[in-house]
Ligand binder design. Structure first.
Ligand SMILES: C[S@@+](CC[C@H](N)C(=O)[O-])C[C@H]1O[C@@H](n2cnc3c(N)ncnc32)[C@H](O)[C@@H]1O
Length: 187
């Protein structure tokens, strides 16, 4: 079901999302490094404590911008500390999602939705809003955990994305995960 009730990963589990084991299993450079260039604006949806946001900040460089979005203020505060420690305050923009949508203004070159779409109750509305913020020919990588998201359920999400102006490019192999890379149509 595309609009099933969802359970949000509590912020108290942030340690589980950012530690040396996870950084090895889900190495950001290996997973997203090839999609991001210096100077770009990128979006980390459901950023959690920010393992991917911090890596994205390095990838976009000092002229780039990372918009890190989460519905839990506590996750954003964990990322804020890490971002300050790394000296990335001027590149990482923290944004708390509204209850009725994401609520950002920027258009982005690349968006990441890692282990978060299954937590969104209205996947159709969410993916439509995300797609509207991706630049023509920009890309989005959606990754879901195999243990929470069945193959049919993931394929429903892929179908919704395809109906939001995104076309399937590839299905990258990521450990313990189902993944799809989509590109925004040119116009
Ligand atoms: C399992 S965590 C994954 C965190 C991060 N993407 C990672 O892979 O390390 C899912 C995150 O998505 C956030 N989230 C859930 N629903 C959301 C929504 N509608 N908008 C923004 N963030 C959301 C949760 O608060 C949580 O921090």
């Amino acid at each position: 079901m595309i609009n099933e009730p969802a359970r949000i990963c509590p912020w108290q589990h942030a340690w589980f999302l950012d530690n040396c084991v996870r950084r090895t299993i889900h190495n950001p450079d290996r997973i997203i490094g090839r999609y991001i260039e210096k100077g770009q604006t990128v979006l980390d949806l459901g950023c959690g404590p920010g393992m991917f946001s911090l890596a994205m900040a390095k990838m976009v460089g000092e002229d780039g911008k990372v918009i890190s979005v989460d519905i839990q203020e506590e996750m954003l505060q964990i990322l804020r500390k890490q971002s300050e420690n790394a000296g990335f305050q001027s590149r990482i923009y923290l944004h708390k999602s509204r209850s009725d949508g994401i609520g950002i203004r920027d258009s982005v070159d690349f968006a990441l939705a890692f282990y978060m779409v299954h937590e969104v109750p209205d996947k159709t509305g969410f993916l439509k809003e995300v797609a509207a913020h991706i630049k023509p020919l920009g890309m989005i990588l959606i990754v879901e955990p195999k243990w929470h998201v069945s193959e049919p359920s993931f394929e429903e999400t892929v179908d919704v994305a395809k109906h939001s102006g995104l076309r399937l490019i590839s299905r990258p192999k990521i450990l313990f995960s189902r993944a799809v890379l989509l590109q925004k149509n040119s116009g």
